[in-house]
Design a protein around this ligand. Sequence first.
Ligand SMILES: *Cc1c(COP(=O)(O)O)cnc(C)c1O
Length: 239
Amino acid sequence: MTDRRHQLAANLAQVEERVVSACAAAGRKREEVTLIVVTKTYPASDVRILAELGVRHVAENRDQDAAPKATACTDLSLTWHFVGQLQTNKVRSVVGYADVVQSVDRTRLVTSLSAAAVRAGRELGCLLQVALDAGSGERGERGGVAPDGVEELAAAVAGAPGLRLDGLMTVAPLAGPYAGRPRAAFDQLREISSRLRANHPAANMVSAGMSSDLEDAVAAGATHVRVGTAVLGVRPGLG
Ligand SMILES: *Cc1c(COP(=O)(O)O)cnc(C)c1O
């Protein structure tokens, strides 16, 4: 094994242990939580190693980096999640490789994703990104729809050809009433998810929790955790 492979295997094992413990503490089965490894800023060679180590879900947040990486990895059986703020001029490219877009946060994006999915002859999974710190009618600083905009946006996705409404995603807010309280934030997301499922029972994915707060997310009922740093290492610079 190469050094990098050893390192990724050890990190993955550690994250797996954390997920297992968090599930046990919450009285949940391990199979209820899917690990998504966020590979942003890291090379396709790392994605390949992760796939060999059994990872099945990867996530990216910038199309410029993700598109060539996904192209280099088409032979791997991976599900690709897009988790970054998405501009409509990138939609066509993203729909070319993403299986799930977790950052759907406005109707204009829904229209654009739908058109691209239909043109590509694909069905695209969509999660609505909820900005728990956004006021009514606003969007979050890092993207996301305000909690009171979820129902309307969900209806738009559910009615859009080529799109499938899979559930909700959030990032624990750094500011506002939820700052430093990821558990409370994830509980709130879970609450919003319950309301959503009253009208959209199949939209049962709850994507929450990153390297620093995955235990809180599992305790709050998340079905998917998105882990970058704890598997791949601290990213150089922004990302
Ligand atoms: C980068 C990123 C993650 C992973 O964060 P880590 O702290 O590196 O685990 C999760 N979700 C989103 C939306 C991200 O952009």
